[in-house]
Design a protein around this ligand. Structure first.
Ligand SMILES: [Zn+2]
Ligand SMILES: [Zn+2]
Length: 251
């Protein structure tokens, strides 16, 4: 399984970091997780044709996680690929139906299936040889963390969240936890994570999680990279990695 970070940034523009997106290749079949602004161009940079992407998992509907989804659907349609499956939390169907309804000329041409899931649900995305389990993240809107389990390995993607038990329980035993880390230690934040708040929660999960990879960085994180890795070292079994756009990990 190959994991490529397409976007490791947030709603505020930053040099070198576009908004959220992770491309997972399972037996060469691509699964996209989140699709914020800038992700469509990053897909091009990976060399994976965007027309191969017909399955998208959305953690939640904040713009920095969904802004390029309709752009991807339009680009696919213009290249003759019209089917797409979107998996997301409650509200995804209403949101997408409303959005697509504003663009009748696209709506008439594409065949998009939207499936909503809730915490505790498990499903197999159509055409994939993997299982996906969902847990509720702690964010300001309904947000799902996903665990992707395949013969090649398993990882959890936290989505936007405060460190919370539901997400870490989902990650226990996984090879990799991709967790958001929006702000540096010392900042008072809700709905998001700092290295200190994550470390505190990880106390109870020492060595239960493989490697830890952090993403979803606000500009305030710049300059705090070393202390972040230092703060979180020792909580997971493997490395602590700070994601960069177009960085790849293999499971
Ligand atoms: Zn969010
Ligand atoms: Zn976000």
């Amino acid at each position: 399984m190959e994991i490529t970070f397409l976007g490791t940034g947030v709603a505020i523009p930053q040099k070198g970091r576009v908004q959220s997106g992770v491309l997972v290749e399972l037996e060469e079949k691509p699964l996209l997780i989140d699709c914020g602004s800038g992700v469509l161009n990053r897909i091009l940079e990976t060399g994976v044709p965007h027309t191969k992407i017909d399955t998208v998992l959305l953690s939640h509907l904040h713009l920095d996680h969904v802004a390029d989804l309709l752009c991807l659907i339009k680009a696919n349609w213009l290249q003759g690929k019209t089917d797409m499956r979107i998996y997301g939390p409650e509200g995804t169907d209403d949101w997408f139906t409303g959005l697509l309804g504003l663009y009748e000329y696209i709506e008439e041409e594409v065949d998009v299936k939207v499936l909503e899931y809730a915490s505790g649900d498990e499903f197999v995305p159509e055409g994939f040889d993997c299982e996906i389990s969902c847990a509720a993240a702690a964010h300001s809107v309904p947000t799902l963390a996903y665990r992707v389990t395949s013969g090649e390995g398993d990882f959890v993607y936290s989505g936007d969240t405060e460190p919370c038990r539901d997400v870490l329980d989902l990650a226990a035993g996984a090879d990799l936890l991709i967790h958001e880390c929006s702000f540096p230690t010392g900042m008072k934040v809700t709905n998001h994570t700092t290295p200190a708040t994550l470390a505190e929660m990880l106390e109870e999960y020492r060595d239960e999680i493989g490697s830890l990879c952090l993403t979803h960085f606000y500009p305030e994180m710049r300059g705090h990279e070393k202390e972040t890795v230092y703060r979180l070292k020792g909580y997971s079994d493997g490395e602590v990695i700070l994601a960069e756009d177009l960085m790849g990990l293999e499971l």
